[in-house]
Design a protein around this ligand. Structure first.
Ligand code: ATP
Length: 445
């Protein structure tokens, strides 16, 4: 077994053991490539979304938030080109019954003979590629006739385009400005997999930034830089990140330019986030299909009117979570014992601090409970644990990625002090119990 698949297996198993991510409907044998976020996973995911929302919406005057519905008018997807063009080329192998994306054949392994080199499929009986639409179709209302057919959105972007004028007018925004959304998207992927990397149901964090034509190249460069900066602010190692430019063949039907931010996952360099110059394609098409003008009129010079260009940044929540987990995973030896530690950035760590009474007597539990209450009151996600040896408790916390552990011991009750253990350095410090919330707040900053 290669080291990379070994690492993914260990990560999947840790995620289950510690309550980050479970397979969906596991008691029924599981649903392929569908995952549920457990108690720690949901906090990690919330922290990722919170960090994105903060940097995109709360810290800027030129971006507004939106939460558009998943179900949209079916004409939206005709206008956007998704009905006719959102397809992947599918190849079946009649010998192994495997299914491949034609554009990924070069790196695909033959499931019957995995010892072969990637892309080697000689003697397999492959079909010609056929185009397969990735949108999930369902029915609105009780009658399953074609008039009521509707799609689950494959991207949040279209919700931002059809609300361009609503947002601009209600918020008195002038171009350049953006609309940010976090929400579920669905794609009937041919080859989902690699844990939460490619799933059929996923969540996106997308910005559509509307600009005057002619200024789009400049804004494109601006957003590329901003997005790379954001990813590194989550503590993800810069040497594991790079830009990858889409060549003319790989450009989507709407795009003038596209760069991926890639992360080096255990299964190779893969797209993490996309930055796209979508031109005026979407708004122009919505103007054509809806019959409603999508022009922007400059409030200063009313003769100046144009359909804005759009620079989009699009990233999957699951991909950020996976990159953060992969990046954080470390195995090391401590005092002759092997430990697994998730070095998650404190901003992302699901639980920030654990409170541990050394033993369940001599006033230690009471003091520990009082300390935990003060963390709750300060809005810091904390965790109380009094079961098992202190060493075992530390190991569990290391795997959960909890940056700080506070131990209430024999000295604590008399001296009114506690020890704080740092997850990464293992350094232990004795500090005053009264100032503990301030102390932890300072360390989290
Ligand atoms: P790919 O080429 O890998 O299929 P894409 O180029 O179609 O991806 P975009 O349409 O640009 O992807 O989607 C924007 C972002 O949404 C991606 O960078 C990724 O983070 C996320 N994403 C897309 N598809 C999936 C999926 N099936 N599962 C999880 N995240 C996804």
């Amino acid at each position: 077994m290669s080291n990379s698949s070994d690492l993914m297996e260990k990560l999947v198993s840790l995620c289950k053991r510690r309550g980050f991510i479970f397979q969906s409907s596991e008691i029924y044998g599981g649903t392929g490539s569908v995952w549920d976020y457990g108690p720690l996973g949901v906090e990690l995911q919330r922290n990722v979304k919170e960090a994105w929302w903060r940097s995109m919406v709360l810290e800027r005057d030129d971006v507004e938030g939106l939460d558009a519905a998943i179900l949209m008018h079916p004409r939206v997807w005709e206008a956007s080109g998704h009905v006719s063009g959102f397809t992947d080329p599918l190849i079946d192998c009649r010998t192994c019954k495997a299914r491949f994306r034609a554009d990924q054949m070069e790196s695909a392994l033959c499931p019957r003979k995995p010892s072969r080199k990637p892309g080697e499929h000689t003697d397999c009986e492959l079909t010609e590629p056929r185009l397969f639409n990735l949108m999930f179709k369902t029915f609105m209302g009780p009658v399953e006739d074609s008039a009521a057919a509707i799609y689950l959105r494959p991207e949040t972007a279209q919700g931002s385009y059809v609300n361009f004028h609503n947002v601009a007018t209600s918020m008195r925004q002038r171009v350049p400005f953006g609309i940010a959304q976090i929400g579920k998207a669905f794609r009937n992927e041919i080859t989902p997999g690699n844990f939460i990397f490619r799933t059929r149901e996923f969540e996106q964090m997308e910005l559509q930034f509307f600009v005057e034509p002619g200024t789009d190249d400049e804004w494109f460069e601006y957003w590329k830089a901003q997005r790379m900066e954001w990813v590194t602010s989550l503590g993800i190692r810069p040497e594991k990140l790079r830009f990858d430019e889409h060549g003319p063949d790989a450009l989507a039907h709407y795009a003038k330019a596209a760069f991926d931010i890639q992360y080096e996952f255990p299964f190779g360099w893969q797209e993490f986030e996309g930055v796209h110059n979508r031109t005026d394609f979407d708004l122009r098409r919505h103007q054509e299909y809806s019959g409603r003008k999508q022009e922007y009129v400059d409030p200063v010079d009313r003769n100046k009117r144009y359909i804005p260009y759009v620079v989009e940044t699009a990233v999957g929540v699951g991909r950020v979570v996976l990159a953060a987990l992969v990046d954080a995973y470390h195995e090391e030896e401590v005092e002759g014992e092997q430990r697994v530690v998730m070095r998650l950035h404190p901003r992302l760590a699901p639980v920030k601090v654990a409170v541990l009474p050394l033993v369940k007597k001599d006033g230690m539990p009471e003091m520990a409970e009082r300390i935990q209450k003060s963390f709750r009151a300060a809005g810091i996600n904390s965790f109380y644990d009094d079961s098992g040896s202190i060493g075992k408790r530390y190991r569990r916390l290391d795997e959960a990625g909890t940056p700080f552990a506070i131990t209430v011991d024999g000295e604590s009750t008399s001296a009114n002090t506690v020890t704080v253990r740092d997850r990464d350095t293992l350094h232990q410090e004795r500090v005053s119990a009264d100032g503990i919330v301030e102390y932890i707040l300072g360390r989290l900053r």
